[in-house]
Design a protein around this ligand. Sequence first.
Ligand code: SF4
Length: 453
Amino acid sequence: MMGMQAAPEQLFYDFCLEDHVPGDNLLRRIDDFLDLDDIRRELKPFYRTIGRPSVDPALMIRMLVIGYCFGIRSERRLCEEVHLNLAYRWFCRLGLDGKVPDHSTFSLNRNGRFRQSNILRHLFETVVQRCLAEGLVGGDGFAVDASLIQADANKRRSVPGDEWSVDNIRGHASKSVKDYLATLDDAAFGAASEVTPKFISPSDPAAQWTGALRGAAFFAYATNYLIDTENAIIVDVEASRAIRQAEVGAARTMIERTEERFALKPKRLAGDTAYGAAPMLAWLVKEKGIAPHIPVFDRSQRDDGTFSRATFTFDQKRNIYVCPQGKTLKTSGRIPSDNTYRYLASTHDCGPCPLKPQCCPNTPQRKIPRDINEDARDVARSLYETPAFAQSRRERKKVEMLFAHLKRILKLGRLRLRGPCGARDEFLLAATAQNLRKLAKLRPKLPPTPQPA
Ligand code: SF4
């Protein structure tokens, strides 16, 4: 016989929310690692001591953690979900009838106390600290990479870069424009490049117009991750413009900050060719003592059939290059303004040389440029064929997997917030959510075993 569900007539229930959240629920496991006592302490100076009590900041942080862990991108929807979902209510300590804050509370706090107190970075670092305490961070090998996240900026409302002027907006600037003005001298934003972008979005001028993904160009920010390769824990995250110079600057910032905050300095760093320019390699090798497992960014290869620089042998002791004919190429030794020495062969040697058509067919003598940091590039080249480098190349894929997870599962393919501060907030929360999920997966706390009566 077909059953029929009738509305129960019972008026009173004996209901315990705790009993209705399964032991293996992701939020229950995340809850074991989320300690917000510190957060309350950090935020205390930003609240007045008199007046009506505010919404509990810990409640807002818990709701934001739910939103970023489960890819709920709209704050309005997040409030509805928390209102209806028993596990969310349990995680937020709301009980069955606790009042869910209004969605407008989030933007008020985000633009106010949360930014002034830098609380989202504090939350991220608290979670990294917990990963360290749980033994999930090896500290020997790090990997760095950046991924483009579409900005909340419309191409149709953009203006050509050469028609854009900062002076036009100073008087009536929106929040994202004020953020942009505040980061003009920041190495990850305004100071990263002096090249004027092709288009600028007046509603979010810091967003970079980019065609780097080879499809249709769009406005984007870059999220930069520095991860420990043992368990793919994100040890630092940084928002930057979506250009190579800014991403390299962000990598340096993250390496220095991780050393300062957690006393963590890797023995090796894995990255792609974007990080393989001479200044970055020199900084890693000479200043930081980190082995660069990074392919060298090298434009000395020639594809017109003439000799590349690799055909010549560098004699470090004598500071000369030796050509295939055994002739020497010398430099004046003066440090040039573009940081590149030029080694020249003699016209007496090159003129009658039988290899001249393959060496310097269009010039009277051969010239070889050498960066002042070429020795650091040589260190990177010497590591390139080693098994350790091959291992790092495999481990580097873990960052790419984190970015894929970020976009597909956490649904952060497009930003909701504008400006450098908006991008920073979103990237910090997303990285916090990814680390919390990793903690919950790798260090599950088993429910207590029932004791025999
Ligand atoms: S052209 Fe000059 S530099 Fe080149 S192989 Fe001949 S002598 Fe050496």
